[in-house]
Design a protein around this ligand. Structure first.
Ligand code: IYR
Length: 223
């Protein structure tokens, strides 16, 4: 039997309704300027900012608190280049052969192609890995709800990066198996998403897309 945790009082700060509404509104507004970008500048990141964002992501809840994630940081130009070459090889195959007509049509308005020069331009790439299981004292230890857990950590990370003043792209070269090999990750870790992280290039443009309104995404049931 594993021992229970000790339970400690939770220091929750309860706020008044007006303050709650204002904080919720301001937070929503701060997220409205967040965009995925594909044109990055080569400007270096300030010391410590990325680490703080990874710390924030690591605060995400996870199944049985297993924290089944690794944030692999790449700044080495030779490794960035290796990632670009491997990602473009997969993406070329995807765009030219594997993609379905329906998927191609869905991507057309975004104008994306198999070419990923940003993988070399950016000051940093973070590859988020999902631990399907862990090895503790030589024993295989199952993790739970790893997809959900890592998805939540990714959400925390995206918000932390935006708040810190960094831009990113949630990039999923397809398939991503090469990342485990290039980055030397163990067999229990599966690549979840790749994030180029930096600043927008001076001429960076983003598609003029919008988000669904509250009435389209909120469904009320009952009275
Ligand atoms: N992985 C490819 C294709 C791609 C797929 C979706 I769905 C997008 O929203 C964007 C791109 C790529 O990164 O280009």
């Amino acid at each position: 039997m594993t021992e229970s945790y000790s339970f400690v009082p939770y220091a929750f700060e309860r706020r008044g309704p007006a303050e709650m509404l204002e904080r919720a509104r301001a937070f929503r507004e701060s997220l409205e300027s967040r965009r995925s970008i594909r044109d990055f500048s080569a400007d270096a990141l300030p010391d410590g900012v990325l680490d703080e964002c990874i710390r924030a992501a690591g605060l995400a809840p996870s199944g049985a608190n297993r924290q089944p994630w690794s944030f692999v940081v790449v700044t080495d130009p030779a490794i960035k280049r290796e990632i670009r070459i491997a990602a473009e090889a997969e993406e070329k195959e995807l765009y030219e052969r594997r993609i379905s007509d329906e998927w191609r049509e869905a991507l057309e308005p975004l104008g994306t192609t198999w070419e990923k020069p940003f993988l070399e331009t950016v000051p940093a790439i973070v590859v988020l890995f999902r631990h399907v299981y862990d090895i503790e004292e030589g024993e295989k230890k199952t993790n739970y709800y790893t997809q959900e857990s890592v998805g939540i950590a990714l959400g925390f990370f995206l918000v932390a990066l935006h708040r810190a003043g960094l831009a990113t792209l949630t990039h999923t070269p397809s398939p991503m198996g090469f990342l485990g090999k290039v980055l030397g990750r163990p067999a229990n870790e599966k690549p979840y998403v790749l994030l180029p992280i930096g600043y927008p290039a001076a001429d960076c443009r983003v598609p003029d897309i919008g988000k669904k309104g509250l009435d389209e995404i909120r469904v009320r049931v009952g009275e």
